[in-house]
Design a protein. Sequence first.
Length: 87
Amino acid sequence: MSLRIACLQLNPGDDIQKNVEAALALAREACDNGAQLLLLPEFSFVLHASGRVMRETAVDEPGHPGLAAFRKLSMHEACGRSSVLPQ
């Protein structure tokens, strides 16, 4: 038995939606290449040198666009339909 793991390397900034889109693009590529487990850095969806900016851009889990997008991706991949990934 084997497991194909993809480590997604990102260079996030303070634009959450742009960072989510970049992470999803890498995730789609990894899934298309057979990845079964995706690993993302701790600050994949927002990163800024200022702690104030990090706090101001924080989003609660239920409304977080990155978590919602990756939940949708994981459910889609679990069904084995990687040819049409969420946009």
